[in-house]
Design a protein around this ligand. Structure first.
Ligand SMILES: Nc1ncnc2c1ncn2[C@@H]1O[C@H](COP(=O)(O)OP(=O)(O)OP(=O)(O)O)[C@@H](O)[C@H]1O
Length: 275
């Protein structure tokens, strides 16, 4: 079990929180920009030192008032938004640099369906392929904990979905604890079983994705932001998610103009589902 109970201050910011994560759990840290999520990952990985507190994983103390275990002794893998592959090394060399285990590197490259690129240089790969290689490299030391700091946010939706699928399979196959920082509710809902919501250096809520995110009240509205393209006497034409809608003009819309952002609302109980 990971136990994190730390204080860390920067100018104008104070992190002070405690959480526990069971072995093999997939947990998400969710919250506004600047709330302290990346700082938590950096303290866990040993890239930064707390002012006080305790960080441990099972019997192993990562940090207390007498101990500061350096990052390379923590058995933690991490994957951030930028791929940070060595540009002058081939894909295989990048993996073997992390751990000189050719059999495992081959297994991982097969698993992420990129074995055929083992002799390629990173510069010849797409963003999604680079991120899969960076993920494989993070796994080379068979980490007990994997830290993911918005690893998919630079990728387009279809690549994100594919990478999410790999993460689900890797979590099942290698059963490490995973901590994911993400702003994306869709991603968190798909991947994590528990969420800590962080605000201003504190945990403000925790629970399952359903408990924190689900809007189950049928009287709730679903709200879509749309941009007005055209207004005439009877209709407003607007765009949302690359779809164009025409809505009957009503008297309360008189102050609207082209280019305004409007909210389209409908009751959840009135929505129809089709494929
Ligand atoms: N090395 C540092 N020196 C000074 N202030 C820092 C340092 N690292 C982080 N901070 C501050 O700590 C606060 C939390 O930053 P952190 O990067 O952890 O937030 P975050 O929740 O991960 O944000 P985001 O979602 O935008 O990545 C911010 O106010 C940030 O400016």
């Amino acid at each position: 079990m990971i136990h994190f109970h730390c204080q860390k201050s920067f100018d104008g910011f104070k992190l002070d929180l405690e959480f526990k994560i069971n072995n093999g759990e997939f947990v998400a840290l969710y919250g506004k920009s600047g709330s302290g999520k990346s700082t938590i990952l950096r303290l866990l990985a040993g890239f930064d030192k707390p002012n006080s507190g305790v960080i441990s994983n099972g019997e192993q103390i990562y940090y207390n008032k007498n101990i500061f275990l350096p990052p390379q002794k923590r058995n933690i893998g991490y994957l951030f938004q930028d791929y940070a592959l060595f540009p002058n090394m081939t894909v295989m060399q990048n993996l073997l640099f992390a751990s000189n285990d050719l059999k495992f590197a081959t297994e991982l490259l097969e698993f992420i369906e990129l074995l055929e690129f083992k002799n390629a240089l990173p510069s010849t790969l797409s963003g999604g392929q680079k991120q899969r290689i960076a993920l494989a490299r993070a796994l080379m030391r068979r980490p007990k904990i994997l830290l993911l700091d918005e690893p998919l946010s630079a990728l387009d939706m279809s690549l994100r979905t594919k990478l999410q699928e790999y993460l689900i399979q890797i979590h099942k196959k290698y059963s490490m604890s995973i901590i994911l920082v993400s702003h994306d509710k869709h991603e968190i809902y798909r991947l994590a079983s528990r969420i800590y919501e962080i605000n201003n250096g504190k945990i403000v809520r925790s629970g399952s994705p359903k408990e924190l995110f689900l809007s189950s009240n049928l009287d709730d509205n679903i709200n879509l932001l749309a941009t007005i393209l055209e207004i005439n006497d009877n209709t407003i034409t607007c765009e949302h998610a690359n779809q164009i809608y025409q809505i009957n003009q009503t008297t309360q819309n008189r102050n609207l103009k082209v280019g305004d952002t409007i909210t389209l609302s409908a009751k959840i109980s009135n929505l129809k589902i089709s494929k």
